[in-house]
Design a protein around this ligand. Structure first.
Ligand code: ZN
Length: 164
């Protein structure tokens, strides 16, 4: 699996695989800082667990939001992802000033509308009716975004499966 991803994603792929452990409580304690586990339903994946640090108004959003990176839409969760962003906006209000996204650098809550705009642009690009036109629209709109392979090797092929 890892080598498959490395093959498709290239140098921006992860270099090792970390096996997750099940967390028993809805919070963690790390060097005296309390981290609250905030669960969200289907968006990029079937289920997302974000981590909220109340003491520093920081959210580790996992793959709910990205920053300056193409979104991974292989699972075709465009609609549910938009819904999760609404829920995330509600959660973040008056609580969060820094978001560490699933991909890209940390920034403020403006990452939520930035991620929403990408999803809406992707939905619009799909209407062009074929893979290469849709891909070209997204690349023209987001020329400097990272992990372009998320778009070209995963998201576009998921919505335009090759005819066999
Ligand atoms: Zn990810």
């Amino acid at each position: 699996m890892l080598s498959l991803l490395q093959g498709k994603i290239g140098p921006e792929a992860a270099s090792r695989l970390v096996i997750p452990e099940v967390v028993q409580d809805p919070f963690l304690e790390l060097e005296g800082t309390r981290l609250e586990v905030v669960e969200f339903g289907e968006c990029e994946a079937k289920h997302i667990a974000a981590l909220y640090l109340p003491s520093s108004k920081t959210l580790l959003s996992a793959d709910l939001v990205y920053n300056n990176s193409h979104l991974y839409l292989q699972e075709r969760h465009l609609e549910s992802w938009l819904q999760r962003l609404e829920e995330l906006s509600d959660f973040v209000r008056n609580r969060v000033s820094i978001i560490y996204p699933g991909h890209g650098s940390s920034a403020g809550p403006e990452l939520i509308p930035q991620t929403r705009a990408y999803l809406e642009d992707f939905a619009e690009a799909l209407k062009s009716g074929n893979a290469s036109a849709a891909e070209q629209r997204m690349i023209t709109k987001y020329p400097s975004y990272h992990v372009r392979q998320f778009l070209t090797a995963f998201s576009i092929p998921a919505y335009f499966p090759a005819k066999s």
